[in-house]
Write a protein that binds this ligand. Sequence first.
Ligand SMILES: *Cc1c(COP(=O)(O)O)cnc(C)c1O
Length: 428
Amino acid sequence: MSKEKEYGIETLAIHAGARPDPVTGARTTPIFQSTAFVFDDAERASELFNLQAFGFIYSRLTNPTVAVLEERMAGLENGRGAVASATGHAAQFLLASTLMEAGDEFIASRNLYGGSITQFGVSFAKLGWKCHFVDMTEPENIQAAMTDRVKFIFCENLANPGGVVLDIEKIAVIAHEHGIPLVCDNTLASPYLCRPFDWGCDLIVHSMTKFINGHGNTMGGVVIESGKFDWSQNDKFPSLSKPDEAYHGLTFHETFGDFGFTMKMRAVGLRDFGPSLSAQAAWNILQGVETLPLRMDRHVANALAVAEFLEGHPKVSWVSYSGLKSSPYYDLGKKYFPKGCGSLFTFGCKGGYGAGATVVEKVNLFSHLANLGDTKSLILHPASTTHRQLSEEQLISAGIGPEAIRLSVGIESIQDIIDDLDQALSFA
Ligand SMILES: *Cc1c(COP(=O)(O)O)cnc(C)c1O
C-alpha cells in the first residue's frame, strides 16, 4: 500500500498492516508460530528491552502475525495504535489496568453486554476499581455521577437489549470537559458501520470474537488508541505522564507521544498480566476481517428485513431494532450508523415466557446459543438462559421481558431466515 493515499475501508480490511513476506514472497500473512525471536547482537537486544528500538522479543509482548492484525484494526478505526488480546474481556482489563490505580473510579453505561456488567461491577471491584453505572441515554446522568477519581467513561454506542443508540458526540464533550477519555465498545457496529474516533471517542475496544472475525470460530479482543488524547493535561494518568521505574524512568506519553497509551498497554499490561493473542488466533481473525464490509452489508440488510417481517407478525408484540422507524433511537441510528444498525436485536412474543421458549426450540436454521456476530443466524431466549437468575421484575428493568427473544441475524438467504422464524412462531 502507498503511504500517501487514503484508502477506503474495503481496501483497509484486506490490506492494512500487511505486505507480501519479504523473505518468501508469501502473499498471505504467515503464522509466525514462534515464542521468541533471535537478537542480531547484544546491543540490539538491550535496545529492544529498553524500548529504544521496535522489534520482536517474545510473543507475550509482540508477534509478527498479531502485529499485522493490530495494524489492520488501527487502520480500520483510523486510529494510531492497537494492542490485541486473547478475548474482548481481556482487552477491557488491559485498558482499565492502564488507566486506573487501586481506589480509582469510572463511569459506564448501564446498557452494556451482560458480561461487561459483571466484569466491571463485581470483578473490577475486587481490585479496588469502582464502576458507576448510569443511564447514558440522558447524558446529564454522567455529570451527576462524576467524581475526582473518575478516570474514564465507558459506553457501547449500539447496545442490546433495547437497540439503544447513545449520542457519543455529546458524551465525548462531557468526558473532555473533565479531562478524561471516552472509551467506546464498538463490537456490535464494527468500524464498517461506525467509526467512533470521528465522533470524539479516544479509545475503542472490540471483542474481535464477534463481527470482526465473523465466523464464530476464534476469540480475540483489541484496544485501539486515537492518538489525540493528551495524557499529560492533568495529574489523572500517572502511569502515562510520570516516569516508570521499571523502564529507567521513561515517561510513556512524553517518549512515545500519540501512541504512548498503546506502548504502555503492551510494555506493562501484556508483559505483567499476559492475556496475549496467539499467532494462530490472529491469523484466523485476519482471514475473517478481510470480508467484514461484505458481511456487514448483508447482515444489516437481512436484519432490517427480519425486523420488518416480525413487526408485522400477529404473534409478535414488539421489536426493538434501531433501524425501524418505530424505534425511539431511529434518528440517532441514522446519524451514527448510516449504513445500518447492526444485526442484533430483540423482539417479544405475545405468548410470554412459554412462547419465547417454544420459538427457540422450534427453529431449524437458527442456532440456539450464546454468541453473536456469526455468519450463521443465532437465537437466544434470555429469560430461560443468560438471565435465568433474574426475577421477572429484574428482567423487565434490564429491558428483557420474559417473552423477549434475541436474534443475531446471519448472512444466509433472507427468505430462508424469515421462513424459519415464521414456522417457529406458528407454535408460539
Ligand atoms: C462478546 C462481547 C464482549 C466480550 O468479548 P469476549 O471476546 O467474549 O471476551 C464485550 N462487549 C461486547 C459488546 C460483546 O458482544
